[in-house]
Design a protein around this ligand. Structure first.
Ligand SMILES: C[S@@+](CC[C@H](N)C(=O)[O-])C[C@H]1O[C@@H](n2cnc3c(N)ncnc32)[C@H](O)[C@@H]1O
Length: 264
């Protein structure tokens, strides 16, 4: 297997904004429910890891208010510019390779990030280290191996093509060091890191227009890599994008597992 370290889906590409909008529609309600349950409130100091777009960061900023702090980090921060004003501080930062951007955080959160980080063990250690005693961590990550299909109801050639391309996308991710069964490991990893009161749950949409928007943006973004790896032809990809746009298929996502706990 060829292993090419590096994130497959560069935030500078125009499709990244479409993907972040889709993540917000699909997953923000789940994320916000968990953050509320963890007690997020005025004055909290938060680290949003691999923030991507602005939806979670802006929500956190509203919750913590002017006396709080939200450090939003990513290896590529161009999509965060609109949120970069107090209490939000945006920093370029590689969570798998650098020291944390501060300490004593009340909350550290990462969504759909660690699965992509080759040194995710170091990343998680760094996130836990950055918490104050009693601070909360929420790690949310996909587990594509738990539910690998784009079309759960594989009825005909359109769905077969969709699932074949999904399999190819997963292959490209794995070639770059992604752990496609990472989500399910989170509770154990949090406990092993010394966190207390660890719990987890999972959520995944089975069909939604936002799944179609996410699929279209993702496939357009990785089109060249799919063709270069002989996973699909340009004709396959055009046909699939037309099928997705027609709205005739039920498209799902990989389950997102949310795991949380607090530092002793
Ligand atoms: C799938 S997106 C998720 C974005 C956002 N957390 C969300 O849920 O909408 C993954 C994000 O992780 C960032 N990322 C990838 N590798 C990273 C690393 N080593 N350190 C920090 N961020 C990273 C990417 O640039 C991208 O913004």
């Amino acid at each position: 297997m060829t292993r090419t370290d590096g994130y497959l889906l560069d935030n500078r590409q125009s499709e990244a904004a479409e993907r972040f909008d889709a993540f917000a529609t699909l997953f923000d309600p789940t994320t916000f429910r968990h953050l509320e349950a963890l007690g997020i409130g005025s004055g909290w100091r938060c680290w949003e890891v691999g923030a991507g777009g602005t939806s979670v960061v802006s929500w956190l900023a509203k919750k913590v208010g002017p006396t709080g702090r939200v450090v939003a980090t990513d290896i590529e921060t161009s999509r965060l510019a609109a949120a970069a004003r107090p209490p939000v501080e945006v920093r370029v930062h590689d969570v798998g390779a650098q020291e944390p951007p501060g300490e004593g955080f009340d909350l550290v959160h990462a969504r759909l990030v660690l699965v992509h980080v080759p040194d995710r063990e170091r990343a998680l250690r760094s996130m836990v280290k950055a918490l104050r005693s009693g601070g909360r961590i929420l790690v949310e990550d996909a587990d594509p191996a738990l539910q690998p299909l784009l079309c759960l109801d594989e009825q005909g050639p359109e769905q077969q093509l969709a699932n074949r391309l999904r399999q190819g996308f997963r292959q490209l991710l794995a070639d770059r060091g992604a752990d496609l069964a990472y989500g399910r490991r989170l509770p154990r990893l949090l406990r092993d890191a010394g966190l207390r009161r660890v719990e987890a749950d999972a959520y995944f949409p089975v069909t939604s227009p936002a799944c179609a928007a996410l699929e279209s943006a993702t496939i357009r973004q990785i089109r060249d890599q799919l063709v270069a790896a002989d996973i699909a032809t340009d004709q396959d990809i055009d046909r699939h994008l037309t099928n997705v746009a027609s709205g005739s298929m039920d498209l799902a996502t990989a389950p997102m597992i949310s795991a949380w706990g607090r530092k002793a």
